[in-house]
Design a protein around this ligand. Structure first.
Ligand code: NAD
Length: 296
């Protein structure tokens, strides 16, 4: 684990959902002070409890010392007030994948963060260049795309907007290394690299289900054992969140204007039902019992 990068002492994380709490976790373990916000105090509390549980899991697996885990938790401050980002050197936005929501957050952030602060988004697919336009610092604005679950996954995609300067990119590359992770850089086109390839595959798996080519079970088994993927595509979709998968397909469809990216109507139906995957207890599998049960 590297030491914090010089000049980056306090890191803000906006949105304490599954990605935000993972991002807060890895920065705190790497020695950064972290401010993590969400809309409601109970979400902040749930995120702190999740981080505590995940740190404990790392201790149990001898990946982290017990004292380091306590110290890391002590470095995270939860808040519902954006004004608490006033001493941040870097703020990473990890709220839901909705462009207007992200723009509103960045408009508020520029009013409270110091002028030196770098602003970044964990967006899976939305244009970094477009998000940067609502800020006063497009040259100090980047995409930093973590993978889920953040404490486990090695890769971070770094995305430069059209105006991002070299110093910002170099700082962020150093930040990624200080977290003990590997960076891959991607140009700012819809969904970047990982999701440009991954999410259409998931969407195709949903079409395969929709058209009755296979059941949830047979599609996941086929892809796990047939292509050596650790998870089947539908299981993975539930893990990512079906709303996030749909949002990414919409960004690809709108941004690249190619019908091959049209979201499967069955994916739309699951999202409309509020069956968003693991985070809501039901998606392509039902997680409310002891073992996941396919829902089709
Ligand atoms: P999530 O729904 O688990 O969490 C989003 C959180 O943001 C919620 O707790 C919500 O209350 C909070 N929020 C909304 N508006 C806010 C505001 N104005 N201020 C503070 N908090 C606010 O979603 P997630 O899966 O953590 O995804 C977050 C982002 O990370 C999205 O942009 C998503 O595309 C991206 N991402 C997700 C994955 C994944 O596998 N889920 C992977 C990489 C990147």
């Amino acid at each position: 684990m590297g030491n914090p990068v010089e000049g980056i002492g306090t890191v803000g994380v906006v949105g304490a959902g599954q990605m935000g709490n993972g991002i807060a976790h890895v920065f705190a373990v790497a020695g950064y002070d972290v401010v993590m916000s969400d809309l409601e105090q109970d979400r902040v509390d749930a995120a702190l409890a999740a981080i505590e549980g995940n740190l404990q899991r790392q201790v149990n697996r001898d990946l982290l010392g017990a004292e380091d885990s306590v110290a890391a938790l002590g470095r995270i401050r939860g808040t519902t007030d954006m004004a608490d980002f006033g001493d941040c050197d870097l703020v990473i936005e990890a709220a839901a994948e909705i462009e207007d929501l992200k723009k509103t957050i960045f408009r508020k952030l520029v009013e409270v963060v110091p002028e030196r602060a770098i602003l970044a988004s964990n967006t899976s697919s939305i244009s970094i260049t477009r998000l940067a336009t609502v800020t006063d610092r497009p040259e100090r604005f980047m995409g930093i795309h973590f993978m889920n679950p953040v404490p486990v996954m090695k890769l971070v995609e770094l995305i430069r907007g059209i105006a991002t300067d070299e110093a910002t990119f170099d700082t962020m590359r150093a930040v990624v290394a200080s977290l003990g992770k590997e960076a891959a850089s991607a140009e700012d086109f819809p969904a970047f690299i990982v999701n440009r390839v991954l999410v259409p595959m998931i969407n195709e798996a949903v079409y395969t289900l929709y058209e009755g080519v296979g059941t949830v079970q047979s599609i996941d088994t086929a892809m796990k054992l047939g292509t050596n993927h650790p998870m089947g595509p539908l299981e993975l979709a539930d893990f990512i969140g079906l709303d996030t998968c749909l949002a990414i397909m919409n960004v690809l469809h709108d941004g690249l204007a190619d019908t091959k990216y049209r979201p499967c109507p069955l994916l739309v139906k699951y999202v409309e039902a509020g069956w968003l995957g693991r985070k809501t207890g039901r998606g392509f599998y039902d997680y409310r019992g002891d073992a996941p049960v396919p829902t089709r």
